[in-house]
Design a protein around this ligand. Structure first.
Ligand code: XIL
Length: 470
């Protein structure tokens, strides 16, 4: 599906590029239009997408639905890019403006445009503290957790099979201090990120699932280390994660770091793909072009750096337009930065195996609930029921002795069935069900507790579940 054409023709076309550029400058606008027409059917090596594809990678851009009627914009989009990310149209406020009422109109337009033009789609973003609809901003606790799970399930199901990679969780870490960012989602419990990933996997098993953030480019920064440790922990515990997105919005306050390649390599060495997801670099001229070239070189040097997306097409399309951070000027002309990117892609590079990273092991917090009396365990649950479906969160609490394994039995009402479980292993999908601990949460200290959850269609269970130790 990539717009890869004949290999080997790239260098011949590349050699003709300076001549084309000179002619365009001499002949003016009419010649530019001709150049575009020629490039549309051109060979690999003459556009960002084709050149990246020759290196086994994609080159994408953020797309705004309301610009799909702008002929210059669409001309560049269709010519240069083979991956698109909806800039705002798949965010929570856009897709679920009222709770339980989904609006996919603008996102669908972008996906249809991509499919009709041989481009793939990065989905952005399922769970994020920002750009939430007002109703979600006003939720907290279990109600918010369940609304998040339902949102992810609905949106990822709507786009099932059409998304190359989802930014499942966006920007969940604090800029300093090495911890999580405070947010309504974070206050639902530290496990909200892994619940989001498990839910997304259940809804669209074929999509790559990414964690995406900014200020995670410099390997020495606390935030980079914090995200790295989370990904390492997820891989160790089997939480489904396939990729890490580095937004890479660079400017004087957050410059391109000299150790960027090290960061890409170290994430990749955890067994995930790395994607540069929202690249823009404020500046102009040669300085900007050199930095763009360095970013591309770094990606090409890391075998699991699978692609680069710039956050808009023309400088005037950018969310930071005053910084002129993109590859095309306001008139749609190629900037020096464009040429640097294309030339770097065409020059290629090596893709050595990732280096072994160094890091400190992740830490975990012990449960804090005071011990109840008696051995064994107890279980209780809370449920969010909506028309046709539900999410149930179950708390397992150890008695006076520690648990080494547990099982919770409960019964789904007639007609109900299980669709998705996190933090436990279910047996069966309807009627009497048993949920057993998974590897990492079987051991619960005396009086401690752990939670698991499941989603179903139909009516949620009621009554008190039975908990058995061992
Ligand atoms: C930005 C969009 O570009 C703007 O149009 C919008 O007003 C705000 O969001 N990190 C992200 C992106 O993950 O979704 C943001 O996009 C830029 C920062």
């Amino acid at each position: 599906m990539d717009k890869v054409l004949a290999r080997g023709s790239g260098s011949a076309v590349a050699r003709s590029r300076p001549r084309t550029a000179v002619l365009s400058m001499l002949a003016g606008v009419a010649m530019v239009a001709t150049t575009v027409a020629v490039a549309t059917g051109a060979s690999a090596g003459t556009t960002l997408g084709a050149s990246a594809a020759e290196k086994g990678r994609y080159f994408g851009t953020a797309v705004a639905a309301n610009k799909l009627s702008d002929a210059t914009y669409v001309g560049i989009l269709n010519r240069e890019f083979n991956m698109v990310t909806p800039e705002n149209e798949m965010k929570w406020d856009a897709t679920e403006p009222s709770q339980g009422q989904f609006n996919y109109a603008n996102a669908d337009r972008i996906v249809s445009h991509a499919q009709a033009n041989g481009m793939r789609v990065r989905g952005h973003a399922l769970a994020w503290h920002s750009q939430q609809p007002g109703w979600a901003q006003n939720l907290s606790g279990t109600a918010l957790r369940q609304a998040m799970v339902n949102h992810i399930t609905q949106v990822a199901t709507h786009y099932k099979g059409k998304i190359y990679a989802w930014d499942v969780v966006n920007e969940a870490f604090a800029d300093s201090g090495g911890g999580r960012r405070d947010s309504n989602l974070q206050r639902t419990g530290n496990d909200w990120i892994e619940v989001a990933f498990r839910t997304a996997r259940a809804a669209d098993p074929a999509a790559k699932l990414c964690y995406n953030d900014y200020n995670t480019d410099n390997w020495t920064w606390e935030k980079t280390q914090a995200v790295y440790n989370m990904v390492k922990d997820f891989k160790a515990r089997g939480v489904p994660i396939d990729c890490v997105g580095l937004q890479s919005h660079f400017n004087s306050g957050s410059p391109y770091p000299g150790n960027y390649r090290t960061t890409l390599q170290n994430f990749a060495a955890l067994g995930v793909d790395v994607q540069i997801t929202e690249l823009d670099i404020e500046g102009s001229g040669t300085t900007q072009a050199t930095t763009y070239g360095n970013v591309v070189k770094d990606c090409l040097a890391v075998s699991r750096c699978t692609g680069i997306t710039v956050w808009g097409i023309r400088d005037t399309d950018s969310w930071r337009a005053s910084g002129t951070p993109l590859l095309f000027d306001g008139n749609g002309n190629k900037k020096p930065a464009y040429t640097a990117v294309l030339d770097t892609l065409n020059a290629g590079g090596t893709t050595p195996p990732p280096t072994t990273p160094t890091s400190t092991p992740p830490t975990s917090n012990p449960p804090t609930t005071p011990p109840p009396s008696g051995n064994g365990c107890t279980a209780s649950f809370t449920t969010n029921q909506w028309q046709g479906g539900f999410v149930t969160t179950v708390r397992v609490t150890a008695g006076a002795a520690p648990l080494n394994g547990w099982a919770v039995a409960l019964t789904l009402p007639a007609g109900a069935s299980l669709v998705n479980t996190w933090n436990a292993q279910p047996s069966g999908t309807s009627g009497g069900l048993t949920f057993r601990n998974v590897a990492y949460n079987g051991q619960v200290g005396a009086g401690g507790s752990t939670e698991f959850g499941f989603q179903g269609v139909g009516t949620a269970p009621s009554g008190t579940p039975t908990c058995t130790a061992g």
